[in-house]
Ligand binder design. Structure first.
Ligand SMILES: C[S@@+](CC[C@H](N)C(=O)[O-])C[C@H]1O[C@@H](n2cnc3c(N)ncnc32)[C@H](O)[C@@H]1O
Length: 188
């Protein structure tokens, strides 16, 4: 039971780095198996887990092609230190990624503040995800194995893709479904 107005807690955020890397490599491997040859992959990660993320991606058989930046604009100031105001988007492809795919040039830095009135503790800005999904070819199907509040799935649908989201925490699965149904309903 969850009795406060704060977003509900969620599963899967308590592994040390070795366990996290092994776990990430396994799900990235399973995800790659259901993706088309040439499909892009994007994984959000903070600075601390960045090396582990690029290892896991490659151990799972994806080709690592770069790291884009989500600049959140603000974060806790720390005297004598750089602000940790960015998250990183490790991206790659399932094998070859031909240069003539019908996808425009995309930026390498995305500047969006955290969403107001978040329904998930780590909810991404919707416009950020609308920008990111454009790495997918038109008509593509997008998989988010950690759907949370459904931002990626909603962004995909708003940009004309089909999508599948997987979410282990029941409260978030329901919040995501309701959010997407409401948005898609209001488009009809
Ligand atoms: C970082 S959050 C995703 C937030 C999402 N991008 C959004 O904008 O709301 C990760 C989510 O993955 C879920 N999760 C953790 N382990 C999972 C698993 N094994 N299978 C499916 N979902 C899982 C958590 O419950 C959490 O909601």
């Amino acid at each position: 039971m969850h009795y406060t107005n704060a977003p509900p807690p969620f599963d899967g955020d308590a592994k040390d780095q070795r366990s996290w890397t092994r776990w990430a490599a396994e799900w990235l491997y399973e995800a790659r198996k259901v993706c088309k040859l040439g499909a892009p992959v994007c994984m959000f990660i903070d600075w601390r887990q960045l090396p582990a993320a690029t290892d896991a991606l490659q151990w799972a058989g994806w080709i690592w092609r770069g790291t884009a930046v989500w600049d959140k604009g603000n974060s806790r100031p720390q005297k004598g230190r750089f602000r940790q105001q960015a998250e990183y988007i490790v991206w790659g492809s399932n094998g070859d990624m031909p240069i003539n795919r019908p996808v425009p040039c995309l930026p390498g830095v995305f500047k969006y503040g955290n969403p107001q009135n978040r329904i998930h503790l780590t909810e991404k800005p919707l416009q950020l995800m609308q920008d990111i999904v454009k790495i997918t070819e038109p008509g593509g199907h997008i998989l988010d194995p950690f759907a949370g509040s459904g931002t990626t799935v909603l962004a995909a649908v708003l940009e004309g893709y089909s999508a599948t989201g997987v979410e282990v925490t029941d409260a978030y699965a329901k919040l995501a479904r309701d959010r997407i149904d409401a948005a898609v309903g209001s488009m009809a």
